[in-house]
Structure formats: C-alpha cells, structure tokens
Design a protein around this ligand. Structure first.
Ligand SMILES: C[S@@+](CC[C@H](N)C(=O)[O-])C[C@H]1O[C@@H](n2cnc3c(N)ncnc32)[C@H](O)[C@@H]1O
Length: 260
C-alpha cells in the first residue's frame, strides 16, 4: 500500500458521512443494503460484515434487518472507533461487535456464521479466490455470501481513462471483473451465484454527488477537509463519471450460497 496511515481517517469519515449519510462510507444507504439482501431472511442470524467502516451498515443489519448478532470487521482504527460509537449510540452493544483485524484470514472459526456480508469494501481485498475460500470456510452449510463491491468490466489492461480514475482515487483498489468473481465463488464451492450490475445507479448517484460538491454545499465540504482536498475529490469524481459511462467501472451486487 502506498499510503502511510489510515485511508479512512476521521476527516475523511466526516466528509463521506456528509455525502452519503451518517455512518456510511459508501453510497446508497439502507436501500442498497435492502437490495443486496432482497429475499434473504436475517432474523436471529449471525452475520459478519467485512469492512464495516463507520458502522452505519453494521448497525442497520441488526436494527432493521433483524440479524441476531453482527460482527463488524475492519482493518483501520478510526473507522472501528466510529463504528463502536455508533453501535453504543444505537443501544446495540449486546448484539453488535466491532473488531479491528489484520488483513488476511477471517478471524472466525469454520462454519460459525449464517451470512458473510460486505458493502463496497472487498475492493480492498485483491485476492478474490482467497476471499471466496475464507467466506466459504466461515459459513455454515446453507449460508449466504451477499455483498456489493466495485468491479471492473474485464480482466485485461485497464483503459487509460480507468487508469486515470484509479490513480485519482488512490485507495489501493483491487478491482475484479464479474467473471473473476464468478470463478472465485464457484472455485470455493459456492452455488446459486447471482450478480446484478449497479452501474446505472452509480452513474446517477455520482453525478448527484458531483453537483453537491460543486454547488452551494461546497463551503460545508471545505470545512470538513480543505478547499484543495475538495478540489482533489472533485477531480476524482470527474475521472470516475467517464468510466461509469463507458461501463468499465461497474459496481455489482452479488450473492452465493454454501451448499447444505
Ligand atoms: C468504502 S469503505 C465501506 C465501509 C462500509 N462497508 C460502508 O459501506 O459504509 C471500505 C472499508 O473497507 C475497509 N477495509 C480495507 N481493507 C480491508 C480488509 N482487508 N479487510 C476488511 N476491511 C477492509 C476500510 O478500512 C474501509 O473501512
């Protein structure tokens, strides 16, 4: 990783929360969680949330989707601290646990959870085969891996526009194609793999974000980071929209079941 320190420090958490809602470091809020989970019953189930960030998603899984127990995992301390505050504020400390972990194997026993969930975080985990094997290992038979993630449409060399975007984003992304995900999931033993391309949603949402960053709210964003940093964010959004429009940047929802 080229960065020193946390990618998601307190200032960036505050910036992203203003953009995407309290506790959220990704777009779409509760609606995107609901879409990822559509038709899956979490009532009383044990869920692990990989890359829990500031905890908005993690809390929601317990509060409105009925999970009995949620274990939020993240590799950075500031987001874990923010998530713990959010859990305490929601009065859910008895059901939701936040753990700071090292990148690598999931710190969970075999067949110990009913669902592996993740929202827009596993883009940071480059080895998708390893990720799929780990998700499969910790799931109980019959359990689901349900996630949203930021994907690239192909396995070849990224186009110059995509390279420009990835350099602007500078978040140590390891994007995979839908095909690579399907192979990783099937290779780990998952069945019933379904994927949904969320590019159309992102094309709209990212334009709305850009309009806010450049519009009357700009002064409020400037207070959370700094004017040069907001300029940099605007440049990132402006490099992202063309690769969304071309379809090369194609966030997806996916789900897969462990047989059992
Ligand atoms: C874009 S944020 C999304 C956070 C949250 N899921 C949400 O939607 O608000 C990505 C998160 O992934 C975390 N992350 C990065 N590498 C990770 C890894 N190897 N394991 C778990 N989390 C990781 C980051 O620290 C960050 O909190």
């Amino acid at each position: 990783m080229s960065h020193e320190g946390d990618l998601y420090d307190d200032r960036h958490i505050a910036f992203l929360e203003r953009l995407w809602g309290e506790g959220y470091l990704s777009p779409g809020g509760r609606d995107e969680i609901a879409r990822t989970l559509a038709g899956l019953d979490l009532s009383g189930k044990t869920v692990v949330d990989i890359g829990c960030g500031a905890g908005g998603v993690t809390v929601e899984l317990a509060r409105s989707f009925g999970a009995g127990r949620v274990i939020g995992l993240d590799v950075e301390e500031p987001v874990c601290a923010a998530a713990r505050r959010r859990v305490a504020k929601a009065g859910l400390a008895d059901r939701v646990e936040i753990r700071k972990v090292e990148p690598g194997p999931l710190p969970l026993p075999d067949a110990s959870v009913d669902m592996v969930f993740s929202k827009d975080s596993i883009v940071h985990i480059h080895d998708k085969d390893f990720l799929a094997r780990e998700a499969f290992r910790v799931l109980r038979p019959g359990g689901w891996f349900a996630a949203s993630d930021w994907l690239i449409s192909h396995d070849g060399e990224p186009t110059p526009a995509m390279k420009t975007y990835l350099a602007a984003e500078d978040l140590d992304f390891g994007m995979a194609s839908p095909d690579r995900y399907r192979k990783a999931l099937a290779g780990a033993g998952f069945v019933d793999v379904e994927m949904e391309n969320r590019n159309p949603f992102f094309r709209v949402a990212m334009r709305e974000d850009l309009a806010r960053l450049e519009g009357p709210e700009r002064a409020e964003f400037d207070k959370l980071l700094s004017p040069p940093e907001i300029d940099r964010q605007i440049r990132t959004w402006k490099t992202m929209i063309p690769v969304l429009d071309s379809g090369e940047h194609c966030p997806h929802l996916f789900r897969a079941r462990k047989p059992g």
